[in-house]
Design a protein around this ligand. Structure first.
Ligand code: BGP
Length: 473
């Protein structure tokens, strides 16, 4: 009973939020480097404001992040001390191909991740690698328009070829695109898209999505050819949409909102565009350019497992008078039964079980929860110790819900990685203030601090959870 014996407990990060070293080791600039923090952040992430140049002062702190680039040994040793079985991290594309369209990869970049993977292996930690986590070499954005251009498939294929071959035997678990559905909400961050005045944005987005879906299938194909041991997953920003009332209009609206998300996995896991999407394209005059062989690729190279992030459920109301609240990327109306985090993300552990059940019922493939956690303001004492009981509560409740999904509902779950096991830069704000870690990092929004790492209360708690395979929460 309980979790499988080889359950992959761990934590997850992304290169651009963790590494720093933005101009070291031959790394090129990426879209994520030019997204400022402050009030221009959202318009830029949405592709509504063109900001293509890097400004040293404006773009702090992501350029240094938590300096994982130089401190990964110390960080991985701390993960190992907690008993991690897996570490999810992403490869910065512009470390491997600084411009993106070169013929040959950058050896220094390849070497950097090889060292990280070897460090993980030293402790028996299985790397789980996101091939792209919101990053694209800036040159590919400027010269080709990001994922709107079909040529991106070839550049991505080169990246996959380089990393699958180089890391054969070191990495087995791969995710093709982090939160692939983010392209609909933050198109510049998700896919390097920016829009010209008057352009049909949805047309551009769905064409770019088609390119990503083909690229994902190509990655799966190459991964299996290079090493049959490789397991490739898709990755969705998940979270069930609830109807605000039992009014069938709300129920239908919630079903449609869910489909906006499941659309991506429908293609990546079932291998074809679902009927409701084709009808929508027809209705809206969206015309996706496909090439010969595309449908076969999608059909033949579906993913091995389904991964997703879960922070919150969401609520849909057809009544425009109902209050909206913030949330992880997609907005929601306020759920009167739930509390919310300091950033307005509604806290719903049971929603995780509901989401897991729904995804498992729909696809019948193993699941992997690759992000979950509470972003909060932490106040350390003079030794850097944070008594983060609120974080322990949040995680314990979510782990209990996921255990119920496994034990009671029979979901096949491969593993669980909390978001930001060490404090990192927040994706939505670009700042350090919002923290998720078991490990505190001495760094603030203004760039002050020693970058020293210290254990929070949750560090020992998570260690115990892993040691007991989730029995002792
Ligand atoms: C997801 C992203 C992560 C991440 C996390 C938490 O959407 O995949 O990159 O950071 O959300 O979000 P935030 O950092 O904005 O709190």
């Amino acid at each position: 009973m309980g979790f499988r014996e080889d359950f992959l407990w761990g934590g997850a990060t992304a290169a651009n939020q963790t590494e720093g070293g933005y101009n070291e080791g031959g790394r090129g600039l990426a879209n994520v480097d030019v997204i400022p923090h402050g009030e221009d952040r959202f318009p830029v992430m949405k592709g509504h404001m063109k900001m293509f140049d890097f400004d040293e002062d404006h773009f702090y702190p992501a350029k240094e992040a938590i300096d994982h680039y130089h401190r990964y040994e110390e960080d991985i040793a701390l993960f190992a001390e907690m008993g991690f079985k897996t570490y999810r991290l992403s490869i910065a594309w512009s470390r491997i191909f600084p411009k993106g369209d070169e013929a040959e990869p950058n050896e220094e970049g390849l070497k950097f991740y090889e060292n990280i993977f070897k460090e993980c292996k030293k402790y028996g930690i299985e790397p789980l690698v996101t091939i792209t986590h919101f990053d694209i070499p800036m040159h590919l954005v400027k010269e080709y328009g990001g994922w709107r251009n079909r040529k991106m498939i070839g550049f991505y294929e080169n990246l996959c070829n380089a990393i699958f071959r180089r890391y054969k035997g070191l990495v087995k678990y791969w995710l093709t695109f982090n939160e692939i559905n983010v392209i609909m909400h933050l198109p510049f961050m998700g896919a390097g898209l920016y829009f010209e005045e008057g352009e049909n944005e949805e047309q551009v987005q769905y064409q770019a999505i088609h390119h990503e879906l083909i690229a994902s299938a190509v990655a799966t194909k190459i991964a299996h050819e290079v090493d049959p041991e490789n397991q490739v997953g898709c990755m969705l920003a998940a979270g069930k949409f609830y109807p605000y009332t039992p009014n069938p209009k709300d129920v239908l609206a919630a079903q449609q909102a869910d489909r906006e998300n499941y659309f991506f996995i429908d293609v990546q896991s079932r291998g074809e565009y679902p009927a409701y999407a084709l009808k929508k394209f027809e209705r809206k005059g969206i015309d996706i350019q496909m090439e010969e062989g595309d449908s076969e690729l999608l059909k033949q190279y579906t993913v091995d497992f389904i991964s997703f992030s879960y922070y919150s459920s969401r609520v849909v109301a057809t009544d425009p008078e109902v209050d909206e609240v913030g949330g992880n990327i997609m907005s929601s109306v306020k759920n009167p039964y739930l509390e919310a985090s300091e950033w307005g993300w509604q806290i719903d552990p049971l929603g995780l079980r509901i989401t897991m059940n729904e995804i498992y019922d729909r696809y019948q493939k193993p699941l992997f929860i690759v992000e979950n956690g509470l972003g909060a303001v932490d106040t350390p004492d003079e030794n850097g110790y944070v008594a983060d009981d609120y974080r322990i509560d949040y995680l314990a409740q979510h782990i209990q819900a996921m255990k119920d999904a496994v034990e009671i509902d029979g979901v096949d779950l491969l593993g669980y990685t909390t978001w930001g096991p060490i404090d990192i830069v927040s994706a939505s704000t670009g700042e350090m203030k919002k923290r998720y870690g078991f490990i505190y990092v001495d760094r603030d929004n203004e760039g002050n601090g020693t970058l020293k790492r210290s254990k929070k209360k949750s560090f020992d708690w998570y260690k115990k959870v892993i040691a007991t395979n989730g029995e002792d929460l």
